[in-house]
Write a protein that binds this ligand. Sequence first.
Ligand code: NAD
Length: 344
Amino acid sequence: MNETPNVTLARGDGIGPEITDAVLNILDSAGARLNFEEIQIGETQFLSGHKSGIAPETWETIRKNPVFLKAPITTPLGGGYKSLNVTIRKSLNLFANVRPSRAYAPYVPCQFENMDLVVIRENEEDLYAGIEHQQTAEVTQVLKLITRPGCERIVRYAFEYARAHGRKHVTCMTKNNIMKHTDGLFSKVFHEIAQEYPDIQNDHQIIDIGAARVAAEPHKFDVIVTLNLYGDIISDIASQVTGSVGLAGSANIGEHVSMFEAVHGSAPDIAGKDLANPSGLLLGATQMLVHLGQQDVAQRIENAWLKTLEDGVHTGDLFGAQSTQRVGCKAFAKAIAERLGEEP
Ligand code: NAD
């Protein structure tokens, strides 16, 4: 592993630049060994005529570096703009989206103290394959694409992830009672591959009741593997249940390049006000450090971050009975940097 790997960096839109500054300050203070190469993507590029939100030459930088730290991007509404997030995931074959959500109770109020689940979302197929048509003025259509190789790759990844992280149970969620071919294939492959992992328990739940259970009893789940759209929705539910969507980071794993980000979006309603919680992008960055073999730095950052939460230093989205100080994005990052080297 390269001692100081190159990292593609995009500061993103909305709250992106402020949470990126906060995260870069913490990474620097913690002694992360990273060489950043910054790129411009998102709103500026959409508005300068690139309908996909990225200039063609920028791909070269993204493809040559092993990892990409990306702040959230705004997708302009209407006007034929494509989601750049979807384009990046598909173009780089980022097949697995790993989204952990755990409770930080009692420091961040959450009803479920033992909640600690990971959503593993298929990241390239399903309704996000981008095959959508306007058939007539009043009829639209989108194709749901599910392939056996795609199902096998994500399901195997989920079981391997469970094994590597000492997790005991993988739950598959689909709507195979209605979509018998597409979701049916995903659940069939899940049951086949589960046989190869007798050390890991498994079950299948219909996505609607599964999502309701993630909201009502999230502590009963361990690893959840599911299709692209369902995974997008239940991972937001799970992060909100832990206290805020601002608390979840995410890894998008590919064969050559992997991308790390927050689960949430660019939050235009609070952009530029120093109100954003940088934790999602920070936890994405710690996933990236682990991926790059810098577990020691990742652990130091996570400890300092937990200690900050324990001390009651909270951004507005987390503010509650356990808070001692309500701080903005910058002060929260400073509080974390000051606690580096401390144990939670
Ligand atoms: P959002 O996640 O940006 O915001 C939802 C709500 O959560 C808002 O009230 C926001 O203020 C709050 N919130 C989000 N992140 C927060 C944080 N870090 N700290 C405190 N509060 C936070 O979702 P949205 O409003 O549906 O989307 C806004 C834009 O982001 C859209 O253009 C969407 O396409 C884009 N988006 C981008 C990504 C990405 O780049 N990965 C993901 C989701 C949405």
